[in-house]
Write a protein that binds this ligand. Structure first.
Ligand code: MG
Length: 295
């Protein structure tokens, strides 16, 4: 916990200059596993940081960051809310990404037709075939997608009904989209910022509106694309609002960067329109009724 606080200060709080006294810096040295402290002058003031010098501090931080656990947030656990029953039909201006009959609008990253299994009005992840991408590309958008966790419960935590809806997947680089987690979070505890409806490893959902495995669920997502300047710098981050089974679970959450399992999120400049991605996480998650509106 204390280590997480330190890593958050150093990596995320961009206005963090250091500790005002040597004692605190050395306390954090003991948490990190290095020795001593060093002083830095910022804005004419003296601050102290853990370890002997900046290089050593960077090395120790990197070492600690390879632990995936560092970015897991467990508390608070989102409260459980029981959603209503209705689903949503596409409006007249929507682009239909899946109408129940074929996977023509989807492909694997090498351009091959999507090999996932087509059922009666839905399709299911075919483990090992890889993620699928929308053939059309999108920036800011409103997306409706329905998913179903496998009725047969297998695994727990992150290994139960895991998939994901990614916005702006930069597939030439690989795994750089912004993920809304798909997971069977019905009576299945995991870290809060990794459960269903989380912005994976960034924002926990406000509540847990999950339905039971085997029941169809909806995500209605409003995604605002990030904006980069000509030099590749971030001008405006991405924002996301998510309704899970009609319940607001992300309220204009600011996305901190593309999804990372290990380490802190960061932005990397990319095109203004990129595919939507659905994740093959080896679990038999099904999808249906996918439509999208450009914003
Ligand atoms: Mg996932």
């Amino acid at each position: 916990m204390i280590l997480t606080i330190l890593l958050t200060l150093l990596n995320i709080q961009t206005d963090f200059k250091g500790f005002p006294d040597r004692e605190t810096a050395e306390y954090y040295s003991s948490i990190l596993g290095c020795e001593g402290s060093f002083s830095v002058i910022k804005d004419g003031e003296n601050f102290f940081l853990p370890c002997k010098n900046q290089d050593e501090l960077d090395d120790f931080i990197q070492e600690r960051e390879v632990e995936p656990k560092v970015t897991e947030i467990w508390d608070p656990e989102p409260e459980v809310v029981t959603p209503g029953n209705s689903f949503r039909d596409a409006p007249s201006d929507a682009i239909i990404l899946f109408d129940g009959t074929n996977l023509d609008n989807w492909m694997h990253k090498n351009g091959d037709p999507a090999k996932w299994d087509l059922g009666d009005g839905f399709f299911t992840v075919k483990p090992g075939t890889g993620d699928i991408l929308s053939r059309e590309v999108f920036g800011s958008c409103q997306l409706h997608v329905e998913f179903r966790s496998p009725l047969k419960i297998e695994g727990d935590g992150q290994d139960r009904g895991n998939s994901g809806v990614y916005f702006m997947e930069n597939y030439e680089v690989g795994d750089t989209g912004y993920e809304v987690q798909v997971l069977d979070s019905y009576d299945n505890r995991t870290y809060s910022n990794g459960q269903a409806g989380s912005v994976y490893k960034q924002h926990s959902p406000l509540v847990n509106a999950s339905k039971k495995p085997g029941e169809w669920q909806t995500y209605d997502i409003i995604f605002k694309a990030p904006i980069f300047n000509e030099n590749g710098g971030l001008e405006s981050p991405a924002y996301i609002t998510v309704f899970h089974n009609g319940v607001l679970i992300q309220n204009n959450s600011q996305i901190q960067g593309y999804v990372k399992y290990i380490g802190y999120p960061e932005y990397k400049a990319h095109a203004s329109k990129l595919p939507i991605k659905l994740q093959d996480h080896s679990n038999l998650v099904s999808f249906r009724n996918i439509w999208i509106r450009r914003l």
